[in-house]
Design a protein around this ligand. Sequence first.
Ligand code: NDP
Length: 483
Amino acid sequence: MKAQPTASHFINGAYIEDTAGTPIDVIYAADGELIARVHSATAAIVDQALNAAKAGQKIWAAKSGVERGRVLRRAADLIRERNHELSVLETLDTGKPLQETLVADATSGAESLEYFGGLAATLGGEHIQVGEDFVYTRREALGVCVGIGAWNYPTQIACWKASPALACGNSMVFKPSETTPLCALKIAEIFIEAGLPAGVFNVIQGLGDVGASLVTDARVAKVSLTGSVPTGRKVYAAAADTMKHVTMELGGKSPLIIFEDANLEDAISGAINANFYSSGQVCSNGTRVFVHADIKEAFLTRLAERMQGAVIGDPMDEATNFGPMINARQLEITEKYIAAGKAEGARLICGGDRVDRPGNYITPAVFADVTDDMTIAREEVFGPLMSVLDFTDEDEVIARANDTEFGLAAGVFTRDLTRGHRVVGKLEAGSTWINQYNLTPVETPFGGSKMSGVGRENGQVAINHWSELKTVYVGMTPVEAAF
Ligand code: NDP
């Protein structure tokens, strides 16, 4: 099996196996080949990982911020040196084209380690003078944190959670999605090579039940989940029992609004990036593309031409820019939505066909004349399906864009400066773009509002989600008492 890891889990600085756990087959999305088999964590493995994280955290938190930052930055350097090897593994894990993984996954993980590695030495509290007495705050680690990942960005998700967590002096037990168990193990290996003490970053495999057992464990102080809204609801509720900190990065059905004065080529590029990168398997995708009626036909004609540029094929071929979907299930879900679009009267402009080759391939689909009530305009597809809706009025389109339980992302294309800012100001979403889409640099906060999430990843604000302040009141004057 060409991607078989040394063992299923990485705990306390070493690979460990327990074949008593349910086997998990790793299937390469591009051809259906079995490339690895790991085992779900047993209760004993979960226990071992949490104990290792508990012990490792004390050692790690005792180090200075400068020392912690140095280790994170060394890990980033190692990731950059091995970008090609890690990108190939990401492609095997997910099926995403190498053209994407070479620039978007390990490199994004390295950026987060560099960014939070740099911040580690700057973390602190404040001094507040209260008359002659004074107060200072200490920024302290939360303790053992749990990261639970989705399958679309296994390296990036592991790094986006580990980097700020570790910068603050926490330890982590990370559970990748059962669909993509391979990449996080490599990150764990690299951390050890970079000098991270054993037990600070651990990876255990498993299905939802393993995630659930981590979320309820009393040793855990925080849970950060990237996943769907239904899972988020369960994890949030389970974490409440023991009052854990949570970050929830969940799904979306984000609007992308294209006004009549937009630069058409840029807007089309934005719509393509917002729907077809990673075969449409991106949480922040702008899948409801509202196009002003005056430019609708021009937009659709040019979009259909640009869609011819999709190169569908072997993800390991760097010329391929559109790969397979993660698995057969996700492909079938997408096909159901394509059927619903047709049945409910949307006009299929292009795509939506299975590709005659092994693997989970479907051509990217664009529907026009989509209305707000259609299933494809309301539900998250998580596949390569763009819905184009018409509009004529600014207030009307804002109201329609906001008429969803989700609030992850939103975009606006217009050349009118004031309109751009006015419209994003009214859109109910955590991450928004004007004349751009889906760029998420590590320096900037990322996350959702409404049902799309709680808290933010990345940016300086992430530090607040991975640490807490202890207030220390210092009495400098005699203590007064009533009696
Ligand atoms: P899921 O919600 O199905 O799973 C997410 C993770 O949670 C997996 O590791 C899963 O394990 C685990 N899990 C499932 N049930 C439980 C439970 N009861 N307790 C604890 N953990 C549990 O999401 P997908 O993996 O299918 O990913 C797709 C979803 O993720 C989409 O909705 C997408 O929008 C969202 N997403 C959000 C992002 C964001 O940043 N906002 C980024 C990427 C994706 P297992 O896989 O083994 O079942």
